[in-house]
Design a protein. Structure first.
Length: 96
């Protein structure tokens, strides 16, 4: 995952986009994991191969673990927790 984040950072820099603050990056990471989880849910409804479904289950578990980690990071970051409704919104959507 670190390689992907490094590649994304270089890609953004190459495109000359302004660097994101750590809080903005955290929020974007939460949204990206959520998008991946939603896409995987669609995949589950379409896939019939047992081996591929097993692989998708492991992928879902990995995404859920990353998602919980990111939400915990956001909750611990007072700047993100206080200034952005996404943390509460995400907790309601996926945790409860």
């Amino acid at each position: 995952m670190a390689m992907i984040n490094e590649w994304a950072r270089r890609f953004r820099h190459h495109r000359q986009e302004p660097e994101r603050s750590p809080q903005e990056q955290l929020i974007e990471d939460i949204r990206e994991v959520r998008r991946q989880m939603e896409g995987l849910q669609t995949y589950f409804s379409l896939e019939t191969n047992e081996d591929l479904l097993d692989a998708a289950i492991y992928q879902r578990e990995a995404l859920e673990a990353r998602y919980r980690y990111l939400l915990r990071q956001a909750k611990e970051s007072s700047a993100v927790a206080a200034g952005t409704p996404i943390v509460a919104e995400e907790r309601e959507r996926w945790i409860n």
